[in-house]
Design a binder for this molecule. Structure first.
Ligand SMILES: [Zn+2]
Length: 320
C-alpha cells in the first residue's frame, strides 16, 4: 500500500542520499587537494583573519581600509579557486538549482521532490498494474468503428473527457466519474491512463479492483493488517474502484463501499468507479441509498462497442 507520507519520505531519502554522495565525492577530492597544496590552508587562514579584521574596521567607519581588505579577500578567493580548478575540484552541481537539492523552497516542498515522489508512486503502481501499456496514446479508437459510427463517436468523446480530466485535475474539485458498460470496452485502460496522468502531476491516487479494496479494509478491521488502508482510501487525491460488481458481497463490504463514496462526496474528493453493472443492477446489489449517491454525484459514461479482447483474439487467430 502506498501512502503520501511514505512516498514523500522515500523521495526525500532519494534526494538526500544523492546530495550526500555528491558531497562525499567532492570532499574526497578536496582532501586530496589540501594534502598536495599546503597553500590552500594558508589561504583559508588568511581569509578568516581578514574577515575578523573587516568586522572591526567596518565598525570604525574606515571605508578606505574596508575596500582594501575586501579586495585582498577577493584575490585570495580567486587564488583558491584557481588551485581547486587545477586539482579538478568543481563546485557541486545541484540536480535542482531552485532548492539547491534541499527539497524545500520558501518552506514548501520543491517541485523536484514531487517529481521523485511521482516516480516512486509509478514504481509501486507498476508492481500492481500495467500502467505503461495503458496510455491515452495506446487507446485505439479503431476498435470502436466496427459497431457503427455511434460507438466511435461516443468513445472519441469519452477519450477527450479523460484527457481533459487529467489536464484540469484538482483533488478538491474534480468530478466523480462512473464508467459503465460491458467488459472488454476499455474502461480499465482509460482509468489507468488517468491514474498515470494524475501521478505525473504529483498527486497520489489509490487504485484497486473493488474486491481488493474491500478485502484490504476487511483485513485491517478484523486482523489488524494493512493498517491505515481505509484512511488512505478516504484521504487520497483520487480513489479508483475498478470492476465494481465482481467482488464477493456481504453487509460489511456494502457498508465500506457506502462510507467510502459518501465521505468522499461530502469532502469533495474525486472518485472513479468502473462497473459492468447497469444502474438497476447497482440498486439491486448495493441498495437504493448507494445508487442514488452515484446518480446524484457522479458523471456517468456508458462505454459501447464490441469486446476489444475478443476482436484482438480474432485478429491474432485469423485463418486458424
Ligand atoms: Zn528542488
Amino acid at each position: 500500500m502506498i501512502t503520501k507520507e511514505l512516498t514523500y519520505k522515500k523521495a526525500f531519502e532519494i534526494k538526500n542520499n544523492a546530495l550526500k554522495e555528491k558531497n562525499a565525492r567532492r570532499n574526497m577530492l578536496l582532501n586530496a587537494a589540501y594534502s598536495t597544496n599546503p597553500r590552500l590552508l594558508e589561504i583559508d587562514n588568511e581569509i578568516s583573519a581578514i574577515g575578523a579584521q573587516l568586522a572591526i574596521t567596518a565598525l570604525s567607519g574606515n571605508s578606505e581600509k574596508v575596500a582594501v581588505l575586501r579586495a585582498k579577500s577577493v584575490a585570495l578567493s580567486k587564488e583558491k579557486s584557481a588551485i581547486l580548478k587545477k586539482e579538478m575540484v568543481a563546485d557541486i552541481e545541484y540536480d535542482c538549482p531552485i532548492c539547491k537539492d534541499s527539497g524545500y523552497v520558501d518552506g514548501k516542498i520543491c517541485e523536484c521532490v514531487k517529481k521523485i515522489a511521482a516516480s516512486v508512486i509509478v514504481g509501486e503502481l507498476k508492481k500492481q498494474m500495467p500502467l505503461e501499456s495503458c496510455t491515452f496514446e495506446s487507446f485505439n479508437l479503431n476498435y470502436y468503428s466496427k459497431d457503427g459510427e455511434n460507438a466511435r463517436k461516443r468513445m472519441t468523446s469519452i477519450l477527450k473527457l479523460c484527457k481533459e480530466y487529467v489536464n484540469s485535475f484538482d483533488p478538491k474539485s474534480s468530478d466523480n466519474l462512473l464508467f459503465m458498460g460491458a467488459p472488454g470496452l476499455g474502461k480499465t485502460h482509460l482509468t489507468l491512463a488517468i491514474v498515470s496522468g494524475v501521478v505525473d502531476k504529483g498527486f497520489l491516487p489509490f487504485y484497486g479492483p473493488a474486491e481488493n479494496l474491500f478485502a484490504l479494509v476487511s483485513s485491517e478491521r478484523f486482523s489488524g493488517e494493512n493498517k491505515g488502508s481505509y484512511q488512505a482510501m478516504l484521504d487520497c487525491d483520487l480513489l479508483v474502484i475498478d470492476d465494481l460488481g465482481t467482488e464477493f458481497l456481504n453487509e460489511f463490504s456494502k457498508s465500506i463501499f457506502y462510507n467510502l463514496i459518501n465521505t468522499r462526496l461530502l469532502s469533495k474528493k474525486p472518485t472513479i468507479i468502473n462497473t459492468n453493472l447497469t444502474m438497476k443492477e447497482i440498486a439491486d446489489r448495493y441498495g437504493e441509498r448507494i445508487a442514488s449517491r452515484l446518480i446524484g454525484g457522479y458523471n456517468a459514461n456508458k462505454f459501447i462497442g464490441m469486446d476489444i479482447r475478443q476482436q484482438k483474439f480474432l485478429e491474432e487467430n485469423r485463418g486458424i
